[in-house]
Design a protein around this ligand. Structure first.
Ligand code: G4P
Length: 526
């Protein structure tokens, strides 16, 4: 099967670094957001669109901008479809954010030039590293006063233990900003007019020694560019595609999302270097995108917040084969085939029923709770994708009932919601107070409101004496011995796996050092 060109990626950043602004600029650069062949299918599409609106109205589902698709031609004029997956940041930070990164082939890391690497960037980066997801770095806001570019590059290299390769260079920053020089193309992009906005002033040069540079830059600016560029190119790794694809090197672009600087170069880099859909880890063997059989996995479920309905949209990343509307797929969870009649494709502001989709694409599948995060969907039901992890919670809370007669309903609700991936639930060996684990505060708010709205269960959360959790694995007897001694810290997860509830990060380190025969895992594959 020939697979159309896809770049399925996410933007990782700390809040305020400029992810939203960059996303907008990328979509804008993608122009009117169309899928190949859409013009031809316009009539059919209009119908499809209204189908979708009916679904949305009837079920009150609001699918926010979880996936955004746009197209751009590459350097040879071939159309490439970009699927940009949103990774909610800030208070929205949750397991969803992590899992979304399991569905991408590469990532763009946005860094604020004045702030450098911030905590959330680092966290998300670690998840990318777990899966060797290649990263392109975009140092944003060069139109404002920022840190010295060398200091920024060194920080990325040191903090993330990555080789960095500057692909472009800012001529000054903030008030002294005169433009950006792109090393690959020897082009100088300059602001035009007082707004310092990039409006298409591009000078094609022969290199940094090109005499015409004097016409475009101030004397100081030119001297600075020549000196810094030489140092930069001598002092850092040169671009190595394989090292980038392995996640060992990050090409770095400077730019300003707000002023539209460097956005074109970023898209060009994604087109030229970012990987197409790759083989995905699965059992019994990895699945190649070129396989004829349609396979995919669910990485996110967005539930309806409307208490009248239990409908939800499952987001499937297609891993192989050509998907066609109406086709039957079997989820690994329930094992019962479902016909996918209304698969949804996501555009910038729009969604449409997908008639077909290809590896790397994300489709939304409306369902009544049959599809769960981590499910594999396939035509023949013989495969299972691996590596979609549960992450050790960073916030643990005890859950208490307002009405103690509702224990059964609470357990059912917690099992449902943990299957959906909203929370994790741990049942301690001693005592009857269940522990809720999340990685972001927002998940707790969602839990309480959904318990009330959907399950009519009033509950409250209290501090728990634990800070984090680890899944335990090891030989049966060893585990039993450990559990015997540490009973007050032992719990079971929803699937009955043994979990160690740790009072502190130190506790985890201490116990794992004392018990080398037991593995303390911060992630568990679903
Ligand atoms: P986020 O999604 O990563 O949280 O960041 P977002 O794009 O919302 O940007 C955060 C703030 O930084 C916004 O300003 C935005 O305008 C600004 N910003 C983003 N990119 C650039 C850039 O390249 N240069 C400059 N100078 N500013 C940039 P705000 O004041 O919070 O919001 P707004 O009122 O400007 O929208």
């Amino acid at each position: 099967m020939t697979i159309p060109s896809r770049r399925t990626f996410a933007i990782i950043s700390h809040p305020d670094a400029g992810k939203t602004t960059l996303t907008e600029k990328l979509l804008l650069a993608g122009g009117a957001i169309h899928l190949a062949g859409e013009v031809k299918a316009r009539g059919a599409n209009r119908r499809a669109r209204s189908d979708w609106m009916k679904i949305e109205q009837q079920r009150g589902i609001s699918v926010t901008s979880s996936v955004m698709t746009f197209e751009r031609p590459d350097a040879d004029g071939n159309v490439i479809t970009f699927n940009l997956l949103d990774t909610p940041g800030h208070e929205d930070f949750s397991e969803d954010t992590y899992r979304t990164l399991t569905a991408v082939d590469s990532a763009v890391m946005v860094i604020d030039a004045a702030k450098g690497i911030e905590p959330q960037t680092r966290k998300l980066f670690e998840v990318c590293r777990l899966r060797s997801v290649p990263i392109i770095t975009f140092i944003n806001k060069v139109d404002r006063e920022g840190r010295d570019p060398f200091a920024l590059l060194d920080e990325v290299a040191d903090a993330l233990a990555l080789d960095v390769c500057p692909m472009s260079w800012p001529v000054g920053m903030g008030g002294a900003f005169e433009g950006i020089f792109d090393f690959a193309t020897n082009r100088l992009m300059q602001p035009s007019g007082p707004s310092k906005e990039f409006q298409g002033t591009v000078h094609q040069l022969d290199g940094l020694d090109d005499a015409t540079l004097e016409q475009h830059l101030s004397k100081d600016g030119l001297a600075q560019l020549r000196e810094e560029a030489e140092l930069a190119r001598g002092g850092y790794a040169s671009f190595d595609l394989q090292a980038y694809l392995h996640g060992d090197l990050t090409p770095v672009y400077f730019g300003s999302a707000l002023k539209n600087f460097g956005v074109g170069e970023l898209i060009a880099a994604l087109s030229a270097y970012a990987p197409s859909p790759r083989a995905q880890p699965a059992e019994p063997a990895p699945i190649d995108p070129g396989n004829d059989e349609v396979t995919g996995f669910i990485f996110k479920v967005q539930a309806n917040m409307d208490p009248q309905h239990r409908d939800r949209i499952a987001f499937m990343r297609l891993c192989s084969g050509k998907f066609r509307r109406g086709m039957k797929l079997t989820p690994s969870g329930s094992g019962k085939p479902i016909a996918v009649h209304s698969p949804i494709l996501f555009f910038a502001q729009d969604r449409e029923i997908a008639d077909e989709a290809f590896p790397g694409d994300i489709i939304g599948i409306p369902n009544h709770g049959t599809l769960r995060v981590g499910d594999t969907l396939s035509e023949k039901a013989g495969v299972r994708f691996t590596g979609l992890p549960n992450f050790a919670p960073e916030i643990l809370r005890r859950i208490t009932l307002k009405d103690p007669t509702k224990t059964k309903q609470l357990r059912k609700a917690l099992d449902d919601l943990s299957e959906e991936g909203v929370i994790q639930v741990f049942y301690p060996e001693i005592g009857s107070q269940w522990i809720i684990g999340v990685v972001g505060q927002l998940q707790l708010d969602v839990l309480i409101s959904r318990l009330e709205a959907e399950y009519k269960v009033g509950a409250a959360l209290e501090p728990a004496p634990f800070e984090t959790a680890r899944w335990l694995s090891g030989e049966g007897r060893m585990l039993e011995d450990f559990a015997g001694v540490n009973r007050s810290s032992m719990a079971k997860d929803r699937d009955g796996n043994p979990v160690f509830l740790a009072r502190s990060a130190w506790d985890v380190g201490y116990q794992s050092e004392r018990h080398p025969e037991i593995k303390f895992s911060a992630t568990r594959e679903r």
